[in-house]
Write a protein that binds this ligand. Structure first.
Ligand SMILES: [Ca+2]
Ligand SMILES: [Ca+2]
Ligand SMILES: [Ca+2]
Length: 438
């Protein structure tokens, strides 16, 4: 009996440890559903990272002197230059010399129908006639965007692909201007396809170097569909409530980006940033809307700006800025470095062709541009009463990356609670055993 006690204690301890670790493992986590999300080794012979498949647009013909938009086959390769890697050791590079391109990589993932997913990745790009690392020529649109095909066709041309807002994360010379793009969509089948994309097509966009690097992709479950997933019927609702816990700002290395896009005369709304302990260098967020005539989610060179689209910029659950698009000039906000949600709301005459929300991370001195697509509502324009809504359905509700921080802290608390409970129980047990012995 006496001999048994120490071993009994050990056994109990082991059982307790197992129980605690099991409890922790059972907690829901924001699992990344992608295969090789960081574009690490090994690489396929065609230059794409394993787990990913190449896709590209080929317009076949080339206008003289780059006077019009066209796209040729680019090159895919593994990038090992550490300053062009966001995460791990390798990033996925896609680039071309002199010829513009529209391409990327994709993968198809098993999912639960009816569930909403968020796909995001980071990118940085460089368009220049000079050798690396001369800063990128900001006149060239990089058109970096994330796409989801809700029923997993694997076809980037599929009409129901939902595209997020497009960004042009130009390298300002120090490789710090990595930007994240994201999109949300609700799965309509048991697979979805996620697309990493850049579109450098455009008149006079040709440069000796046209490169974009992709890294740190993520596909997470956001939640079940918001009751009904209605088409993007824009209500003139006050503010999209974004359930969010404040995310700690992650300022990357400082970049003295020439924020040449001066904010001109945007009316500074009343909602001022709250406590600023020390005036820190600001970043510039520029938003605009384009008229996506062919509803492919891409800002094609022949498509102009769209006026009358409402933008809301939020940090956590705090509305930071609001604005309405007016034309070709983007609206720029000077903001503190940090994470922001940009939400577009369109008037009833329009329908969205890209996602309604974009999550961005703004670093010190950085300029981040976000573009949203929409077009004149087709049913209104054509038929009086069509059965089906427009094909280009929108991304999910504005409840964004919300839960990334929350579940983690719940997890941490419940794990700690379990641990303390276990220690208390064990203490009581040992006490009793010792008392028995005495
Ligand atoms: Ca990587
Ligand atoms: Ca499809
Ligand atoms: Ca378009």
């Amino acid at each position: 009996m006496k001999k048994l006690r120490p071993s009994l204690c050990l056994l109990l301890l082991a059982l307790l440890a197992a129980a605690v670790s099991q409890a922790l493992a059972r907690e829901p986590r924001q699992a990344n559903l992608l295969s090789n999300p960081s574009f690490e080794d090994p690489y396929n012979a065609d230059g794409s990272a394993s787990g990913w498949v190449r896709w590209h647009r080929d317009t076949q013909t080339k206008p003289e002197n780059c006077s019009d938009a066209y796209a040729f086959l680019p090159q895919w390769s593994r990038e090992t230059n550490g300053s062009l890697v966001r995460d791990g050791f390798i990033s996925q590079h896609v680039g071309n010399q002199f010829d513009t391109w529209n391409a990327g990589v994709f993968q198809t993932v098993n999912v639960t129908p009816g569930t909403t997913y968020r796909f995001s990745f980071w990118a940085i790009g460089r368009a220049s006639n000079e050798q690396y690392p001369t800063p990128s020529d900001q006149a060239v649109t990089l058109g970096v965007s994330a796409g989801i095909d809700p029923n997993g066709s694997g076809l980037w041309t599929d009409a129901d692909v939902v595209w997020g807002g497009a960004a042009s994360p130009h390298d300002t010379g120090n490789q710090a201007n990595w930007q994240q793009v994201a999109v949300e969509a609700t799965a309509t089948g048991n697979q979805i396809t996620v697309f990493v994309s850049a579109n450098l097509m455009g008149a006079n966009n040709c440069r000796a170097h046209l490169d974009v690097w992709f890294d740190a992709a993520q596909l997470v479950e956001v939640g079940p569909p918001p009751t009904d997933t209605p088409p993007p019927q824009p209500t003139v609702s006050p503010a999209p409530q974004i359930t969010n816990t404040p995310v700690p700002p992650t300022p990357t290395a400082t970049s003295e980006a020439e924020a040449e896009a001066s904010p001109t005369a945007t009316s500074e709304p009343t909602v001022a940033p709250t406590d600023t302990p020390e005036p820190s260098p600001m970043g510039l967020l520029c938003v605009n809307a384009f008229g996506d005539v062919n509803a492919d989610g891409q800002h094609d060179p022949d498509e102009g700006a769209m006026a009358g689209v409402n933008f809301t910029v939020a940090a956590g659950d705090r509305i930071v800025q609001r604005a309405v698009s007016t034309g070709p000039e983007p609206i720029c906000f000077e903001l503190e470095p940090g994470n922001y949600q940009v939400v577009q709301e369109v008037p009833p005459t329009l329908e969205m062709t890209t996602g309604a929300t974009a999550g961005i991370t703004l670093a010190e001195g950085q300029t981040v541009r976000v573009e949203f697509g929409s077009r004149v509502r087709q049913q209104v324009a054509e038929e009086g009463d069509a059965g089906d809504p427009a094909p280009a359905a929108t991304a999910g509700a504005p409840e964004e990356e919300a839960d990334e921080a929350a579940p983690r802290s719940i997890l941490a608390y419940s794990g700690l609670a379990a641990l303390f409970l276990g220690i208390a129980l064990l203490g009581g047990l040992i006490y009793m055993l010792l008392r028995q012995r005495a």
